[in-house]
Design a protein around this ligand. Structure first.
Ligand code: GLN
Length: 541
């Protein structure tokens, strides 16, 4: 079968959840046995989001092959269980960079280089790249931003051309918003009509309209939208606010979106998608009654997208443990000796978040000391692991002023230090230790128990690392280096085996947790938190 292309555009406002709609559609198509991938084209000039502050862009997601990408790629993996790669996220910056590099090499043979056709051709080449590998039946391409933005124009022009070239092998799903005006007690369709019109002016006729809404959109209103927008009435569907993003595939399926898509692109797949494992998960989401309370200590807590993969990995793990997750975001800048007890005493488990730079770091040390001394299940991820090491050095090993050289260049005890390979790096973009690396776990350790195997591979995003010169001192005093990269001997996991669950990972296990394949170490952490919760309850009796 020739590869089919589905384009997903958005209108009216941003943040409607194009990523979730794309992921949900992919989830349904995959459950019908099709080979699907999703890619995102982002209209900003940064070459990748790696240098962006989380306040700008939320979490930076890292692919297995080491690309820093948009957080939607995390949703793509969580919903489809299909790994993404460097090719799945392309920005305007990357497109321009390759066109300009080609121009400098002389590849354009003296021609004037222009947005049309050179930029649009480069966009088209990249849109078709994964399809041309022969590995996918369907490639879903999400175009970032909102129709009408100046930045998205070259992408939409490329989509227009591809729709024309590919004919029935492609279609466009357009996501819009139908607001409810409280004062008038009415849903309004005009913004949708305008946004479809804007798309049509660019030469793109949407085939499917997904209407985001807080309230049920009556059938006659959907028919009216279909008529005004030249869209088949069956192909105008709604996406109401759901109690969980993982219900969205089911909502789309109820409205036969997967069937409509396949009919339109000429794929005959009869029967129903095999959603049984997915349904088992959503049933668990609904049936759990008891909660487990996890505190997430970080400095970006006002912006929960900054920790998206962590919060989703926690949802996966708690759901499989038949619990509801109560996630409490704790601002590390606001934690100090005087309030730490108050802030942490109700937690069944604490995660100390990844991050960069000095801000909020002292609060992380205070939280970790309290957790260690009170034997609360504690999970340090990346910077969180590094903070575990520093706190232990200061308060157990007595190495006053121990630190990471990231925070204090001239610390007398650089227990966390810049990696050797990083010492000559001057460019900030894409130069960290990125992507999946092997880790060998020590048999008998809690981390080994969590994974149930010795060799694991998880994804990284860091420049600093545990300083091996201190290893013996740590091990002799109770913090063990139980995970190591076999090639470079970098320390990937530390733990205090005498505690219930006190583990730090230099890697980010949250990136690989999916609905159908939850992260083993998150599951182990949640199980420890549940045991701790039960022990506390038993003590009270
Ligand atoms: N800032 C730390 C480093 O570069 C940790 C990075 C992270 O938490 N992702 O090593």
């Amino acid at each position: 079968m020739d590869t089919k292309y589905i384009f997903v555009t958005g209108g009216v406002v941003s943040s409607l959840g194009k990523g979730i709609i794309s992921s949900s559609l992919a989830c349904l198509l995959k459950a019908r046995g099709l080979r699907v991938t999703i890619q995102k084209f982002d209209p900003y000039i940064n070459v990748d989001p790696g240098t962006l502050n989380p306040y700008e862009h939320g979490e930076c997601y890292v692919t297995e092959d080491g690309r820093e990408t948009d957080l939607d790629l995390g949703h793509y993996e969580r919903f489809t269980n299909v790994r993404t790669s460097k090719a799945n996220n392309v920005t305007t910056g990357r497109i321009y960079k390759s066109v300009i590099d080609k121009e400098r090499r002389g590849d354009y043979l003296g021609k004037t280089v222009q947005i049309v056709p050179h930029i649009t051709d480069e966009i088209k080449r990249r849109i078709k790249y994964l399809g041309n590998t022969g590995n996918y039946d369907i490639v879903i391409t999400e175009i970032g931003g909102v129709v009408g933005d100046i930045e998205s124009l070259p992408f939409l022009e490329a989509v227009r051309q591809l729709r024309w070239e590919l004919g029935n092998s492609s279609l466009c799903v357009h996501l819009t918003y139908v607001p409810f005006i409280a004062a008038a007690q009415e849903l309004k369709t005009k913004p949708t009509q305008h946004s479809v019109k804007a798309l049509q002016e660019l030469g793109i006729q949407p085939d499917i309209l997904v209407l985001r809404t807080e309230k049920e959109i009556p059938a006659d209103m959907r028919r009216k939208i279909a008529l005004f927008c030249n869209v088949d009435p069956k192909a105008v569907v709604q996406s109401r606010d759901a109690s969980s993003i993982y219900k969205v595939p089911l909502m789309l399926h109820e409205q036969h979106v997967d069937e409509t898509v396949l009919n339109k692109i000429g794929v005959t797949k009869s029967g129903e998608p095999h959603m049984e494992p997915w349904l088992a998960f959503t049933d668990k989401l609904d049936s759990a009654t008891e909660t487990v309370t996890i505190g997430l200590v970080g400095k970006y807590v006002e912006l929960q997208d900054a920790y998206k993969s962590i919060s989703e990995a926690l949802v996966h793990a708690t759901t499989y443990a038949d619990r509801k997750l109560k996630l409490v975001y704790i601002h590390s800048e606001k934690v100090d000796e005087s309030n730490v007890e108050e802030q942490l005493k109700d937690m069944d488990g604490v995660i100390v978040a990844p991050g960069f730079g000095h801000r909020g770091i002292e609060g992380k040390f205070v939280a970790l000391k309290w957790c260690r001394e009170h034997d609360v299940p504690t999970f340090g991820i990346c910077l969180g692991m590094q903070c575990m090491v520093i706190e232990f050095a200061r308060n157990v090993l007595g190495l006053k002023d121990a630190n990471s050289t990231e925070m204090a260049h001239d610390t007398p005890h650089n227990v966390i230090d810049l990696m050797e390979e990083q010492k000559n790096v001057s460019n900030m973009g894409g130069t960290m230790r990125l992507g999946a690396y092997d880790c060998r776990l020590r048999p008998g350790s809690k981390a080994f128990e969590a994974y149930g195997q010795q060799d694991v591979r998880e994804r990284h995003r860091h420049r600093y690392e545990f300083n091996n010169e201190y290893r013996v001192q740590f091990e002799q005093n109770g913090m063990e280096c139980v995970g190591e990269n076999p090639a470079a001997h970098l320390i990937e996991v530390v733990e205090i085996p005498t505690k219930r669950w006190y583990i730090g990972t230099q890697y980010h296990p949250e990136y690989t947790s999916t609905v159908l394949s939850p992260s083993p170490i998150f599951k182990s952490f949640i199980n420890a938190a549940i045991d701790y919760h039960n022990d506390k309850a038993a003590d009270k009796k």
